[in-house]
Ligand binder design. Structure first.
Ligand SMILES: [Zn+2]
Ligand SMILES: [Zn+2]
Length: 252
C-alpha cells in the first residue's frame, strides 16, 4: 500500500472514529468494527443461503426445484443456467435494497469514505468464509476521467481494507479501464455487455499469470462489468477469478 493510502487511512481514523451507527446514528463502542448497531443489524438485507454457487444471488423457494441442482448438489440460479459468466464465482454481502442503495450513494457521492470500513468489514467476513485461495485483490478500475471527477475509486478503498484485514496484497496498477464507457443505468444485459466490450486491459500480464484473483466492485447487477474484467484477466493467464461486491441486484 502506498504511503498516500496510509495517510488517508490515518485521516479516516480521525474523521470517522467509528462511533456512530451508519444507519441510525446511535453511539457505538469503538470496537464495533462493522459500524452498525444491533438493532439496525436485524434489518440489514444480508444475502443468506440458499444462494447460487456461481453468481451468489439468493435462490428462492419457487426456483429451487430439483432440476436446478447440479450433480454436485450445488444450486445454480435460472440466470446462470442460461448466461455463462467469465468469473469463477461471485459473492455479495447485501441485497441491493433501498437502504443499501442509500448507503452506497452516501459512500460514492457524498464523501462518506468512512463507510468503506462498514462495507469492507462484511466483505472480509465473506472472504474468510468463502474458502477461496486468493493471491491478489484487484479493484474494478475507473477510467481516468471518472477518477478525476469523483476523486477516488470506491472499489480501491475497499480493496485496501480487505488487503489490510486478510494480508493478501491488493494491486491497482495491473488492470485498467481504457474506454470511458457510458453509464450502465437503464441498460439491459446485452446492452451492458456491448457497452463494456474491450473496456478493460491488463497492463501487466506477468503479475496475474497463474494467480488467483479477487475482483472487488460495489454492485453486481448482470455481472457485465466483472465478466469483462474476468475475461481479460483469464486471457492474461490468471488462474481463478473470484468476485466480492457490497451488494447484488436481485433478478426479477
Ligand atoms: Zn443503528
Ligand atoms: Zn447465479
Amino acid at each position: 500500500m502506498s504511503s498516500l493510502r496510509l495517510l488517508l487511512d490515518a485521516v479516516l481514523d480521525f474523521l470517522y472514529p467509528r462511533i456512530d451507527c451508519v444507519c441510525c446514528g446511535k453511539r457505538l463502542e469503538k470496537s464495533a468494527l462493522q459500524g452498525i448497531c444491533g438493532n439496525c443489524m436485524e434489518y440489514m438485507p444480508f444475502i443468506r443461503d440458499p444462494k447460487c454457487s456461481l453468481c451468489g444471488k439468493p435462490i428462492f423457494e419457487e426456483n429451487s426445484a430439483e432440476e436446478h441442482s447440479e450433480p454436485s448438489g450445488k444450486q445454480i440460479c435460472t440466470e446462470c443456467r442460461f448466461h455463462v459468466h467469465n468469473y469463477d464465482q461471485a459473492l455479495a454481502v447485501f441485497e441491493y435494497s433501498i437502504t443499501i442503495k442509500e448507503l452506497i450513494h452516501r459512500y460514492k457521492y457524498d464523501g462518506e469514505y468512512g463507510l468503506s470500513r462498514t462495507f469492507g468489514f462484511f466483505m472480509s467476513e465473506l472472504l474468510k468464509k468463502s474458502g477461496w485461495d486468493i493471491h491478489m485483490i484487484i479493484p474494478v478500475p475507473l477510467h481516468k476521467n471518472r477518477l478525476k471527477s469523483r476523486g477516488f475509486n470506491q472499489a480501491a478503498l475497499l480493496s485496501d481494507y480487505l488487503s489490510q484485514r486478510s494480508g493478501i496484497p491488493s494491486a491497482e496498477d495491473v488492470l485498467i479501464r481504457c474506454v470511458d464507457t457510458k453509464t450502465q443505468t437503464g441498460f439491459n444485459r446485452y446492452q451492458r455487455a456491448e457497452n463494456l466490450k474491450n473496456a478493460f486491459t491488463v497492463v501487466n500480464p506477468p503479475a496475474v499469470k497463474g494467480r488467483n484473483i479477487l475482483l472487488i466492485d460495489d454492485v453486481h447487477t448482470t455481472g457485465a462489468t466483472v465478466d469483462s474484467c474476468s475475461r481479460v484477466l483469464h486471457q492474461a493467464g490468471a488462474g481463478k477469478v473470484y468476485v466480492i461486491t457490497i451488494a447484488s441486484v436481485l433478478s426479477e
